[in-house]
Design a protein around this ligand. Sequence first.
Ligand SMILES: NC(=O)c1ccc[n+]([C@@H]2O[C@H](COP(=O)([O-])OP(=O)(O)OC[C@H]3O[C@@H](n4cnc5c(N)ncnc54)[C@H](OP(=O)(O)O)[C@@H]3O)[C@@H](O)[C@H]2O)c1
Length: 308
Amino acid sequence: MRALLVDHSAPSGLRLDTTGDPDPTPTQAVIQVAATSLNFGEIEVLAHMPEGWIPGWEAAGIVSVPAADGSGPPAGTRVVTLGESGGWAELRAVDTSSMAAAPPDVDLGELSTIPVAATSALRALRRVGSLLGKRIMVTGASGGVGAFAVQLARLGGAHVVASTSSPSAVDQLRALGAHEVISSPDRYSGFVDGVIDCVGGPQLVAAFDKLAAGGTLVSVGHTTGEPEVFPLGALLVDDGRRDRSLITFHQIDGTPLPPDFAWLSEQLAAQNLHTTIGWRGGWDRYGEAVQAMRTRRLRGKAVLEIAD
Ligand SMILES: NC(=O)c1ccc[n+]([C@@H]2O[C@H](COP(=O)([O-])OP(=O)(O)OC[C@H]3O[C@@H](n4cnc5c(N)ncnc54)[C@H](OP(=O)(O)O)[C@@H]3O)[C@@H](O)[C@H]2O)c1
């Protein structure tokens, strides 16, 4: 098969080349990958991976060989998949506990954005608790996770405050369901019940300061790479705002992934949820996609189409 392989001599750190087909374990199905979407985190780790390693966390495609143990969907099923590697290839072996069947009418490129960005947004919002009638702030709202969090919070019945550093994203965020769009958390004049923070650093500190009593901030991302420094008094309850909490988060939390993948895919099919794709192209243009991610020229997801 062909795959994008780590190549430290290449400017992008990758080359498109031929390599051996995957050798699945009994609990793994083999997927013919149609599309994969890129995440900043997996681009960052390329420099530390061995020569010939195949990256790729999330991918959508068609089951070509079902799992030998009988778990998972049969051959020919459209699926979304998640793994620690191997998604940037024509064929990928994936454990059946990390895949779900997808509805027939949804584009596989859009489906490839479900396993990391959409699933993280869903699981982070669950950590806040019931959303009905609550005020939820999302920072880094125009990013991959943020755009899904805005939509899912709205679907869950929240009043959504989207915080974005991109003035050109304001209209799009309103169209996705944000009731209010602000340029940074410290510009918000009220209090919120929950925060999905995709940025970290000073934005996390400012967003924490906007929590009402009992409110929860879920720390999803650390995009800025800056430290979180709380000023003296930030944790006091002089104004009655007791029981505020900050939760660290990882999308892999021990609960089953397939039900979340399936539900999110159904929401895409029903057009209750939309994927924001900022770059899309054939996988021979991988260098362009990686560069766009590295230089932060993207809004939303980058999707590589894996050609036969
Ligand atoms: N813990 C987990 O399990 C988990 C899962 C998925 C992702 N993550 C992490 O969550 C973060 C967001 O992921 P993502 O896929 O949404 O990333 P992304 O698409 O790159 O979006 C990040 C957003 O952060 C905002 N931002 C603010 N300051 C920034 C800066 N200095 N540089 C770049 N962006 C800045 C931008 O949105 P605005 O322009 O709207 O401000 C940007 O679109 C990443 O750190 C990722 O590694 C964690």
